[in-house]
Design a protein around this ligand. Structure first.
Ligand SMILES: Nc1nc2c(c(=O)[nH]1)N[C@H]1C(S)=C(S)[C@@H](COP(=O)(O)OP(=O)(O)OC[C@H]3O[C@@H](n4cnc5c(N)ncnc54)[C@H](O)[C@@H]3O)O[C@H]1N2
Ligand code: MOO
Length: 391
């Protein structure tokens, strides 16, 4: 059995980076750029006014300027005015030829069709956004590997870039195993339980912005399971399987994965919950088989599946950094396993919630993080510092 750190190191080394595609700007937020992006045009593409006011050819001496023309945003830049005259101008309008400075209207004294102002308050060129002052053609505006934020989208739109080369999210097939599993919205019969892992995994995938995923419910029949696993692992970039990976007589998943040619990266990690976690790879497709208990599913998803998906999508820092907080509750269990415990943060401290059994979902409604207690940790008391991870 390998440690948590070893499992993460294997995934870092083995999980591929997926292909990139050309994506519409409107669909690109939260993706990672797959190439450097350079400016194709000057921005601004013309000298324009930063203020509502008057455009003049700046002169040191205070003189009255006759207002001879008006120009607004969107108007065409085809006027030239003479020195000693002014043009009424609005924010975003092109600077008329023959002018170089904009005086905001609140600094101007109007007298009929002339204006005057204190020239000493303004330098030549004031309130003019010059052509190319943001970027000129060929400027590198984004490095390959940048995360596209709403701000990035704004930057690229300002440059007229409609599509961006970005790493796409993987397609994901989710297999829910178990004859006892029923969907919510149907009545339970004896021995049955509701499918909680399907909704949990789907919610995480949605939260991560996955656009293409499907959930399949497969019975614990070895032939059906084998065929489904073969089909789904071939079709999807990631396959996430819930349940059937332990040592029970109906746990056929591990055998099926081997039969369809999935190369094992690891099986069983020294952590709790989720010990019998399996990770594998087949023709560049990743396969995770998560132990069926819902707490194991959440822990394994957060700690291993999510980072692997982020790595596929070109993210660099895929391992969620821990936040270190003071314990509000003692922890006495000593074991050779790393524990991930459903916990709740409160005013800079963290409390381990009661009901940590991996089948027990009571704490799911309150938990907002997992506390990590490393292998062989001595008992911990209130006030000791522990690592916590977003839930
Ligand atoms: N003899 C041993 N038995 C078990 C061991 C072991 O080492 N020796 N490991 C235990 C551990 S730890 C875990 S975790 C489980 C994992 O078992 P499986 O991955 O084979 O999962 P299942 O048996 O299919 O299910 C376990 C549990 O979870 C419930 N479940 C399954 N799917 C769902 C779902 N979609 N929604 C809600 N609940 C689900 C299922 O009914 C079981 O109660 O093995 C232990 N056994
Ligand atoms: O690994 Mo299992 O501890 O029951 O979730």
């Amino acid at each position: 059995m390998i440690s948590v750190g070893e499992a993460k190191a294997i995934l870092s080394k083995s999980c591929p980076i997926g292909p990139s595609t050309s994506v519409y700007l409107s669909d690109s937020v939260d993706l990672i750029t797959a190439s450097d992006i350079t400016a194709p045009i000057h921005v601004p593409s013309f000298d324009n006014s930063a203020m509502d006011g008057y455009a003049v050819s700046w002169q040191k001496e205070p003189i009255p300027y006759k207002v001879v023309f008006t120009i607004a945003a969107g108007d065409v830049d085809n006027v030239r005015i003479k020195s000693g005259t002014a043009c009424r101008i609005f924010t975003g309008a092109p600077i008329p030829k023959g002018t170089d400075t904009v005086i905001p209207q609140e600094f101007v004294i109007k007298n009929g069709d002339t204006i005057s102002f204190d020239a000493g308050k303004f330098a030549k060129g004031a309130n003019v956004r010059t052509k190319g002052s943001q970027s000129i053609p060929g400027d590198k505006v984004l490095e390959k590997g940048s995360r596209i934020t709403p701000g990035t989208v704004g930057l690229l739109a300002s440059l007229g870039i409609a599509k961006v080369d970005a790493f796409s999210p993987p397609s994901v097939g989710v297999i829910i195993t178990g004859n006892e599993i029923k969907e919510v919205g149907t009545a339970l019969e004896s021995g049955q339980i509701y499918n909680t892992n399907g909704p949990i995994i789907s919610s995480y995938l949605k939260k991560m912005g996955m656009r293409s995923f499907e959930v399949f419910h497969i019975s614990d029949d070895p032939i059906t399971l084998l065929k489904s696993i073969e089909n789904i692992t071939n079709r999807y970039d990631f396959t996430i399987i819930s349940g059937g990976i332990s040592v029970g007589d109906y746990d056929y998943v591990k055998k099926s994965l081997a039969e369809v040619g999935v190369e094992e990266l690891f099986y069983k990690v020294k952590h709790k919950p989720g010990k019998p976690l399996f990770a594998g790879i087949k023709s560049g497709h990743m396969i995770f088989s998560l132990p069926g208990n819902p707490a194991s599913v959440i822990t394994c998803f957060i700690q291993y599946v999510k980072p692997a998906i982020l790595q596929w999508m070109g993210f660099k820092d895929v391992w969620q950094p821990a936040s270190y907080l003071q314990l509000e509750t003692p922890f006495s269990g000593k074991s050779q396993l790393t524990h991930f415990l459903k916990s709740k943060r409160n005013k800079g401290k963290v409390a381990i919630l009661p009901g940590q059994e991996s089948f027990n979902l009571n704490a799911f409604g309150q938990a907002d993080c997992l506390v990590e207690i490393p292998e062989e940790s001595p008992p911990l008391k209130e006030g000791d510092i522990v690592a916590t991870y977003e839930w």
